[in-house]
Ligand binder design. Structure first.
Ligand SMILES: Nc1ncnc2c1ncn2[C@@H]1O[C@H](COP(=O)(O)OP(=O)(O)OP(=O)(O)O)[C@@H](O)[C@H]1O
Ligand SMILES: [Mg+2]
Length: 328
């Protein structure tokens, strides 16, 4: 709880309508709570003070984050990238199983204080796995949004350096940086580097780099949430899975989920069909969320450019035919 002097200043300035003093006192209270590591409370207070729209622009501390991101010594490239956090939980369509794991993770963070009083920590090291375009990266954004935390993506291509010792130094910089401020840290497709260059001569070096990332994740004890995503779960061995608190699967959508996805993505579009019609939804069977989104985008463009006021099933058919041709 903030000190007496601050609370008096806060109440007095509030009663007197002294906006400048009220703001200064509020900011001091927030800083004090943050120092005490009461981050959820500090984030909530900040939201109250500045309004929720600041999530889309950048709150003060996010701005501070963005201006001081660490860079690699040898290449000068930034090691972390601040990603926009806009989409919310109602924008993502997941299976009940994945959704309930994410809900539990959220609950653990929202009730972190009580867990800590029992000597427990909320789940902090997560691995999201599954085929491309099913929402792994998006879910990291949604989680960051739900927890009012900034989302920092690790630029693995900048982290992994050909100079001896530089990769370890870069990783150290990344982890030191995120230790200072709680955020959601995304190691997106962290194994892709090893896979892409799997048969090249420096395979051993890359494998060591991926292992170094995993070891850092393993030994991390700060307040940030670390999320690794992968498409190639079959390549990861048991030792890798054990390092994470939770593994969340992301699957291709079933018919029910396709209906929900169509309803969300077409909510603002005037149309001549019902997106929850099983016949419409089944047109998209076997496609990922991202593929479905692309087909819809193309259909909507087609509608606009052909001067139609309503989206018709015909637009979907044409766009789907194009999608299938592209995959032949
Ligand atoms: N489950 C979902 N619900 C709603 N929209 C989704 C979902 N999955 C993907 N999308 C849409 O597709 C876009 C791309 O998906 P995203 O990048 O999250 O997939 P991914 O699983 O991370 O794929 P990759 O393995 O290729 O990185 C998202 O930004 C979103 O617009
Ligand atoms: Mg992704």
């Amino acid at each position: 709880m903030a000190n007496g002097k601050l609370l008096r200043q806060l109440i007095r300035s509030g009663l007197q309508g002294d906006i400048d003093n009220f703001r200064a006192a509020s900011e001091a209270v927030i800083a004090e709570e943050r120092d005490k590591k009461h981050h959820l409370l500090a984030n909530d207070l900040e939201k109250l003070l500045y309004g929720t729209q600041l999530n889309q622009t950048l709150p003060l501390n996010h701005l501070k984050l963005a201006s001081s991101l660490p860079a690699s010594k040898d290449s000068g490239l930034s090691l972390l990238e601040l990603r926009p956090v806009v989409r919310e939980s109602q924008d993502i369509v997941l299976s009940d199983a994945s959704q309930s794991i994410l809900d539990e993770i959220l609950l653990e963070h929202n009730r972190a204080d009580i867990l800590r009083s029992y000597g427990l920590r909320p789940a902090q090291k997560l691995i999201f796995f599954g085929p491309p375009g099913c929402g792994k990266t998006m879910a990291a954004e949604v989680l960051a949004n739900s927890l009012s935390m900034p989302l920092l993506m690790v630029r693995l291509d900048s982290v992994i350096s050909s100079f001896l010792g530089e990769t370890a130094a870069n990783l150290r910089k990344v982890f030191d940086y995120v230790a200072e401020f709680p955020c959601v840290v995304l190691f997106d497709e962290f194994d892709a580097l090893a896979k892409d260059r799997g048969d090249s001569a420096d395979h051993g070096e890359l494998k060591r780099s991926v292992n170094a990332v995993l070891q850092m994740i393993d030994s991390y004890r700060g307040d940030s949430i670390l999320i690794a995503t992968t498409n190639y779960e079959s390549l990861l061995d048991k030792a890798v899975w054990r390092r994470f608190d939770e593994a969340v699967p992301f699957d291709m959508p079933n018919l029910e989920q396709i209906k929900r996805l169509l309803s969300i993505k077409l909510s603002g579009v005037r149309r001549q069909f019902d997106p929850t019609d099983a016949k419409v939804a089944s047109l998209f069977k076997g496609m990922s969320h991202a593929d479905i989104e692309r087909v819809l985008r193309r259909a909507i463009k087609d509608m606009i450019l052909s001067g139609k006021e309503f989206l018709e099933k015909q637009h979907l058919d044409t766009s789907l035919a194009r999608e299938h041709r592209a995959h032949l």
